[in-house]
Write a protein that binds this ligand. Structure first.
Ligand SMILES: Nc1ncnc2c1ncn2[C@@H]1O[C@H](COP(=O)(O)OP(=O)(O)OP(=O)(O)O)[C@@H](O)[C@H]1O
Ligand SMILES: O=c1[nH]c(=O)c2[nH+]cn([C@@H]3O[C@H](COP(=O)(O)O)[C@@H](O)[C@H]3O)c2[nH]1
Ligand SMILES: NC(=O)CC[C@H](N)C(=O)O
Ligand SMILES: [Mg+2]
Length: 538
């Protein structure tokens, strides 16, 4: 709970979100943080004790795929309504969350005669509560996604807005500080959504905008100093990526030279990555880094392995073995073993690792084991320091700016720890797959940079396909490999869409690849969003 303690120290205005499995729950968290208010998200079925530990000023009940009538419909714990009453906590139910409030307080929710999906128009029936006419006017366009509706309101509640079809769009009981919106104010299609959230938090609930990155930084530094103590030593696994670079810079600020950074060349890095990372660390960041060449260790363990999960687990385990070995080596040098390992774990990793039961969301590492979260051995000797555990990627970039981390690091596309192993489908050691992939990837990324598109794309890369296709090159028949190109836009990597390149750009890239990379005679473009695909192919 270190991160939570730090967060709370910075704010007594916490907005706690109880997650019932809506695909927009994270968006609510982000929108509220954009208003400089600390927001955290926990399972919708958390116990009252866990909820109370957070000491929230406001609780938001999220939307979700269930119907409140279903036998397994998730709900807040018994005693919750009494708790909020006694502690004068404000509650806002959104969609399923509103239906839950209505039903639990003795109103009635039924299957609507018509379902409302997508853009709808609603009319304010009652202003002065959740709606203020300066913000929203009389009617507004909102985004809805529901089949159930509130048929009868509990005592003390009134309708604050209705949809054009006549269904209840917003409810409130000002005296009891309970509010509900049937639509999703957090999505951009709800044109007045942000205005409504702002008015609700600041004017209705009296929350103060006191969540500032500078405070987060100072609080994290204090906590790290305290847990490491005056003589402790710390290892930082540094990849050259955004997260570990910001985490390392922050920990370095806290404990100085007792931080020992290590960069592992696992043989699965991109073209000239090791040289580039090592030289920029020295020249731009002035952080001493030890480079460990572990190519043989990784590649010999991966030989013949085709299954993506097996590959990921082997890589995750090998990383930790290397950090443990490094800790031992440092013990020889320092006369004291480093006790801690810094990781750049982010908030989405944490949330995805504990979805609410019955929400229908799968455990993230059953989709794929991310090497730094799900894949850690239970008997790990090093204790973790994860200073970014409560932040989203864009917030990490902001923190990096405060720490004067050069933009060249902050703007880098994410690159997964398992590296090219999840981009060479099948056995990574077969033939010269890794080498071919490095060349194709470099051409693709360089072309994106030359076209000025790098910063508009969340992540771009090439994939090596273990299939050979027939081609004709220089009048000769070839039977060579096919590769795929993938570029996506995203806010946090949890959902993604494919990036639209113009035809000329694609034509040029494909020509360059086929003309200069031996062993490739076909290039495909991946235009699948996430979901249904994931960003990486394995
Ligand atoms: N080659 C590597 N050497 C040392 N540590 C690594 C390496 N690759 C990954 N790691 C560790 O695994 C963690 C997770 O990797 P991840 O790719 O999510 O983060 P990142 O590399 O710091 O940032 P980004 O997501 O922008 O690539 C890193 O924060 C780092 O601690
Ligand atoms: O450090 C990491 N270790 C991993 O094991 C890992 N797997 C995926 N990714 C990155 O996470 C984001 C989402 O990827 P997926 O849609 O493929 O799950 C994308 O940015 C991926 O590159 C990883 N990062
Ligand atoms: N988006 C939601 O929260 C939907 C709530 C509920 N499943 C309905 O269809 O009405
Ligand atoms: Mg990375």
């Amino acid at each position: 709970m270190d991160g939570l303690a730090a967060a709370q120290h910075c704010s007594s205005n916490l907005v706690l979100i109880l997650d019932y499995g809506s695909q927009y729950t994270h968006l609510i968290t982000r929108r509220i943080r954009q208003l400089s208010v600390l927001s955290l998200c926990i399972s919708g079925t958390s116990t009252l004790q866990v909820i109370a530990e957070h000491r929230p000023r406001v609780v938001i009940l999220s939307g979700g795929p269930h119907s409140v009538h279903a036998a397994d419909a998730p709900s807040f714990p018994s005693g919750f309504l009494q708790y909020v009453e006694e502690n004068e906590v404000f509650v806002l139910g959104i969609c399923y969350g509103m239906q839950l409030l209505v039903q639990k307080l003795g109103g009635q929710v039924r299957v609507g005669e018509e379902q409302e999906y997508g853009k709808m128009e609603i009319t304010v029936e009652k202003e002065g509560g959740i709606f203020r006419s300066e913000d929203v006017g009389e009617s507004q366009v909102v985004w809805m996604s529901h089949g159930d509706e509130a048929a009868r309101l509990p005592d003390g509640f009134s309708v604050a807005a209705s949809s054009r079809q006549g269904s209840v769009a917003a409810v409130e009981n000002r005296e009891r500080r309970l509010y509900g919106l049937q639509y999703h104010p957090e999505v951009t299609h709800s044109t007045k959504g942000m205005d409504t959230l702002r008015h609700f938090l600041f004017d209705v609930c009296g929350v103060a905008a006191d969540w500032k990155m500078q405070d987060v930084l100072e609080e994290e530094i204090k906590i790290i100093k305290k847990s490491v103590g005056p003589d402790g030593h710390v290892i930082c696994a540094l990849s050259g990526g955004v997260d570990s670079t910001v985490a390392a810079t922050l920990v370095h600020k806290a404990i100085g030279d007792r931080l020992h950074c290590v960069f592992v060349d696992n043989g699965l890095l991109r073209y000239k990555e090791r040289e580039r990372v090592m030289s920029t660390f020295e020249s731009d960041l002035h952080l001493p880094v030890t480079c460990i060449d572990a190519t043989d260790r990784f590649l010999s363990k991966l030989k013949g392995v085709k299954d993506p999960e097996c590959k990921r687990k082997i890589i995750g385990k090998e990383f930790i073995c290397i950090f443990d070995d490094f800790a031992q080596e440092m013990e020889g040098k320092l006369g004291r073993r480093p006790e801690f390992l810094v990781q750049g774990t982010l908030y989405p990793d944490v949330i995805e690792s504990c979805p609410p039961p019955g929400s229908g969301r799968t455990h993230s590492h059953t989709i794929k084991s991310h090497h730094n979260v799900g894949g850690l051995p239970k008997d790990m000797k090093l204790k973790l320091i994860e200073p970014l555990k409560l932040l989203f990627k864009d917030e990490v970039r902001l923190l990096g700016r405060i720490l004067n981390v050069p933009e060249s690091f902050l703007k880098r596309h994410p690159f997964p720890g398992p590296g090219l192993a999840v981009r060479v489908l099948g056995d990574v050691t077969e033939g010269n797959a890794l080498d071919i992939l490095r060349q194709v990837d470099e051409i693709f990324i360089q072309s994106i940079k030359d076209a000025g598109l790098y910063d508009s794309i969340w992540q771009a890369f090439a994939v090596f396909l273990p299939v050979q296709t027939v081609g004709v090159q220089g009048d000769k028949r070839t039977h060579s490999h096919a590769v795929a190109l993938r570029a996506v836009t995203s806010e946090d990597g949890m959902t993604a869409d494919w990036f639209y390149f113009d035809h000329k750009f694609l034509q040029d890239v494909v020509r360059k690849i086929c003309n200069s990379v031996r062993g490739v005679n076909r290039v495909c473009l991946d235009i699948t969003s996430k979901p249904p695909a994931t960003v990486e192919w394995e």
